[in-house]
Design a protein around this ligand. Structure first.
Ligand SMILES: NC(=O)c1ccc[n+]([C@@H]2O[C@H](COP(=O)([O-])OP(=O)(O)OC[C@H]3O[C@@H](n4cnc5c(N)ncnc54)[C@H](OP(=O)(O)O)[C@@H]3O)[C@@H](O)[C@H]2O)c1
Length: 329
């Protein structure tokens, strides 16, 4: 809804959550009271236990644990990172593993394939050169050259290069790691991979759930397939983790969410919903486990470099009201 608000500019969207404790009449009365008037700056209001609550972002100091408490992982921590072969999850996993002499298990759909990048293209650096080189190569081989196929191949080669770079950095830092090719949306595959890690390591201490995709498009132009792909990568991935992890033994679980969940971004109805759901799931699990572990949802504020948009949204993660800078925090 928050994302839709920035797409449907002629209309107005507000969310009023009355819960189950109020009857229809009372809900109707509150709706009329909450009907957006001039200058109303809230987006979402929740009524619970006779209280009216709205959301407002605030600067927070420190981490998701109590003040004064410093959180340490055990040396030799076993760290599982979904989406951990590329981007900010790869970076976070590397740093954690380096600091705690940890062992990494990196889950990703794409893994390194020796020989996947054709020898003739290895020296080509940017996407433009690569596209040109690929067209020449395929023509020379008598292969059909279609723009869509070329783009997909350029993206695949880009992924391979990024993965190779991550692996080189891990090896240079002396980090022990293992890659698992798995689609986090696949329930059976996730169950199998996590069981394999438990069998091999005896425990899992830390989980980073960073797998995510964005395919920005206005809601009217999104297919169900696109919506599901974006939404399920985060939400199903988190669900299969929730069902297959031994929570009592975990030290820390970090869900890589986005400020998009709070502010909504044009073109990101699926992504905002997925991140909001991730936050709710994290909150629920945190309340349930009540052990010594921590569940944290990190609301990354993206921009430039990290994520790439595709389609007719505003692209990337330019956040309304945040200036769309380059910072990742
Ligand atoms: N970077 C930012 O500024 C920013 C801002 C806000 C939120 N975040 C969140 O932080 C996380 C990482 O962002 P990033 O920018 O580093 O992303 P990224 O570079 O695009 O990396 C995402 C990773 O997730 C993997 N992945 C995608 N779908 C998957 C699936 N179904 N199963 C397994 N792995 C899958 C990708 O590998 P394959 O495609 O090969 O599977 C890739 O390794 C995301 O959850 C994102 O929403 C990032």
């Amino acid at each position: 809804m928050k994302a839709l608000r920035s797409e449907w500019v002629d209309g107005g969207i507000r969310m009023v959550d009355c819960g189950e404790e109020l009857d229809w009449e009372e809900c109707g009365r509150l709706l009329l009271k909450e009907w957006p008037g001039e200058g109303a700056d809230w987006m979402e209001v929740v009524y619970r236990g006779g209280r009216r609550t709205t959301w407002r972002p605030e600067n927070a100091e420190g981490g998701p644990w109590n003040e004064g408490e410093s959180r340490r992982l055990p040396q030799g921590a076993v760290i599982v990172a979904t989406g951990g072969l590329r981007g900010i999850t790869a970076e976070a996993a590397l740093r954690l593993a380096r600091s705690y002499d940890g062992r990494l298990h990196l889950l990703s759909r794409t893994v390194w394939q020796e020989g996947r990048v054709p020898r003739e293209l290895k020296h080509l650096k940017d996407a433009v050169e690569l596209r040109r080189g690929l067209i020449e190569l395929w023509r020379g081989m008598g292969r059909t050259v279609e723009p869509g196929m070329i783009e997909r191949e350029v993206q695949e080669i880009g992924k391979q290069r990024e993965i190779r770079e991550s692996m080189d950095r891990l090896e240079k830092a002396g980090v022990k790691y293992c890659c698992h090719q798995v689609d986090v949306r696949d329930e059976k595959a996730m169950k199998r991979v996590l069981a394999e890690i438990y069998a091999q390591e005896g425990r899992i201490d830390v989980v980073l759930h960073g797998a995510g995709v964005i395919e920005d498009k206005l809601l009217g132009n999104k297919t169900e397939e696109v919506f599901d792909r974006v939404y399920e990568t985060k939400v199903k991935g988190a669900r299969w983790l929730e069902e297959n992890l031994r929570w009592a033994e975990l030290n820390c679980v970090v869900l890589f969410s986005s400020v998009s969940a709070y502010v909504g971004n044009r073109g990101q109805t699926d992504y905002a919903a997925a991140n909001a759901c991730l936050n709710a799931l994290g909150g629920g699990v945190a309340r349930e486990i009540r052990g010594s572990g921590v569940v944290a949802g990190l609301e990354w504020l993206g921009g430039g470099g990290g994520r790439s948009g595709d389609g007719d949204g505003d692209g990337g993660e330019e956040i309304e009201g945040f200036g769309g800078g380059d910072d990742r925090s």
